[in-house]
Design a binder for this molecule. Sequence first.
Ligand code: BGC
Length: 766
Amino acid sequence: MKSTKIYLMSILMLFVLSVIAQNKPLTSDLKMKVYIDGLMKKMTIDEKIGQLNLCGAGDITTGQTASSDIGKKIREGKVGAILNLKSVDKIRDVQKVAVEESRMKIPVMFGMDVIHGYQTTFPIPLALSCSWDMALIENSARIAATEASADGICWTFSPMVDIARDPRWGRIAEGSGEDAYLGSQVAKAMVKGYQGNDLTRNNTIMACVKHFALYGAAEAGRDYNTTDMSRLRMYNEYLPPYKAAFDAGAGSAMSSFNELDGLPATANEWLMTELLRKQWGFKGFVVTDFTAINEMIEHGLGDLQAVSALALKAGTDMDMVGEGYLTTLKKSLKEGKISEAYINQACRRILEAKYKLGLFDDPYRYCDANRAKTEIGTDEHMNEAREDATQTFVLLKNENQLLPLPINGKIALIGPMADNLYNMAGMWSVAVDHHQSVTVLQGLKNAIGNKAEILCSKGANFVDDPKLDLIINNTEIPTIDPVRTPKELLDEAVAIASKSDVIVATLGEAAEMSGECTSRTNIQIPENQRDLLKALLSTGKPVVLLLFTGRPLDLSWESKNVPAILNVWFGGTQAGNAIADVLFGKVNPSGKLTATFPQNIGQVPIYYNHKNTGRPIDSGKGGWFTKFLSNYMDVSNEPLFPFGYGLSYTTFSYSDLKLDKQKLTSGGKINVSVTLTNTGKYDGAEVAQLYIRDMVGSITRPVKELKGFQKVFLKAGESRTLNFTITPLDLAFYNSDLQFKAEPGDFKVFVGTNSSDTKEGNFTLE
Ligand code: BGC
């Protein structure tokens, strides 16, 4: 055994020497290997285990534990990385301890939840995905990386690429919705935005793909809950965005909280080693989610020593805050429960990440105080955030062209979101400076000047229940009005609204009603706010509902009774200005939903790319209920707003769908063309969407699958021919042997404005 090792080492040395002798530069991978081999030779087992430990700094604690004595641990070589320490000065001080006072002088990695921007905060991820604009999304991640790295951060816990089809799950806000194709494009764009082409540059940061895997399918939409899924669904519908992110070069991954096949992801060797490393060839490292190792005790897999050993052996490299690795691995090694090779492997992967980030060349690479002063929250970034936000809003209804509003007369701006700084940025805005946020009131004032009058009133609390208020309120500033009763708030608002020409009602979820641990069983606008909406409507004035939400809501009542609904999600620091841009028509809305809005909670999970049943209902024939067909007695199968839906101030028509051929051969391609015309009065952008349906397969296939989209800007009256290409690769799927193949046969192709409203053609794959 020993002699084999010596033999292999000598071969490697000979190879290195021969490369040097030939004057050829070492490949970067080989250089890294040589460097890390050298380092690891000098490290004690305790120091190696220390690298596997991620300590939490700052006030953000989402688990049951917080880290302590971090300085002492760094000196002792017991910290590999730190999470959520904010500011370049603090990070420099801590790095100094690591590289000057610890024996091995190994730099620490500083990670943070930079989820949708840093100090310049962009719309929440679900909103960003509704832009369907990959360049925009990539650029938002680029700006986030520039700002975070200017403040000392070199690693972000983003992108979250979990497919989510259940709006009860509040974390649907953190991802890109329900579709694997779109989700994969977004995943790639985010990784490129964060990491750029060169991770060693001081303005790029390492991405961490989370939550691996299938976290978005937690049962009943309850956070941290169990996931149980067939391999077919996994491979075809849930795994593609993770794979796309890894293929784009993401440097790290985070294990999810959920179990899968009876084992939490953190201890799931199939997931972390077989799939991730062996099948997909991932070369980075895996960090747990917050205290996920410790939580396996509650899952019923043994004590801390046992679950830590399980996680390490599964292929999980770094332990977030729980210190299971730090406190038990040496004991497990002594007792023969793990081998040193596992520790070496995890330690090597983490050191490699530091190497790739350039931390060994310069541990202070991300600690340029000058950059912190000049590159964070700049006007340029804020302008970008404003423009981006306008692209994410989704116009859900616009009866009689109530929007855009003219800038004149009296505008009543009513609701708890109207003038609340803390509510603009949205969940997971760890580095935002709320005082830089622009409220709706401020945004409207900026746009209006003295051309119109704004009458503003709160009208309602976010919620009237003090217990719930405390949960949704992480600013420690009570949002329940301390002076006025709910009735007084409502009366005041109605009185003001009665004097206006138009009412803009800013209602919906408070920012902290989505994100982590915000599952809801009722996905309507809170009742007290709906009462306000009803009272405003009863004034007889036209009402625009400006909807704030982090998830699809049940808007069945609102969609029938309110003339205009503009969904603005949480638009980030510049939301107020962006809202004014769209309300007054400076920007024409073009966002399209990436998660289906149900008619009611009972339809959930509801998503456009479902399978057919053997008894499908055809609502065209005989209405929405037929006995012994697959339907509900009390509501149709249709969603309230389908995937891909979103209106514009103008109208678009699709005509002349053509395929350049009827038969697709392997290695060939089909061109699908369609004429898109802006038939309305405003210039505007449209997201044209292409779907396919595989009519007969060796396994059942979805009724529709997104396979292409184009966001096109057309002047009023302008027409353009759009071309889409379909190749056999677009038709491939994982069959029951988990082989990724396209099967010959008939296909339908659909192009249109959303997943339910399309023109249709067909072709055959030979
Ligand atoms: C969340 C992760 C996050 C981590 C660190 C966890 O509770 O699930 O998404 O990255 O905390 O803050």
